[in-house]
Design a binder for this molecule. Sequence first.
Ligand code: ZN
Length: 183
Amino acid sequence: MPKEAQITCRFCKKKIDKSTAFKVGERTYYCDQECYDKQKKKSTHKPQKVTKSGKPNDRRRLTDYIMKLFLENGYEKSQIKWELQTAQLKNIMNEHKDWTNSQIQYVLKYMYEILGLDLFRNESNGSVLSLVPFYFNEASEFCIKSREIKKEVENFNFDDETVIIEKRNINNRSSKEIDISEL
Ligand SMILES: [Zn+2]
């Protein structure tokens, strides 16, 4: 009797018989529906780094940033409740249809890096996204201001005494400026 062809489950990496495997598409196999569902769940918060067209994937950059926040605040990767994060992200974007992944990332950066807020206090209910809707406008204003300051600084004539003083102030204000060119 010929030996049955074996393949590897995409999710749990177990060797399984090809004939009884749960097949998705042309050549993707899973043990069963359960492994397939688990893989799907896993990949919903792990988008590719680049989109099909080769552009950086904004959703991935946002989830990477969320992960960075957790890791920098003493959490392990396994402690991040991605179901909660993605559900909340979905809610926010349903309520504010014009908000993009990049903008939400900017608001998080603004709260964390500029304001120095503790995004992990009890009121956030385990999600760093809880405060995003409350700081969106403030962050947008900061973003616009930062752009203007950047432009002003570029246009300064550094020979002028008064301008140099002004420039110093502006430098203080924008010393923690985050990279807005990413938006
Ligand atoms: Zn499996």
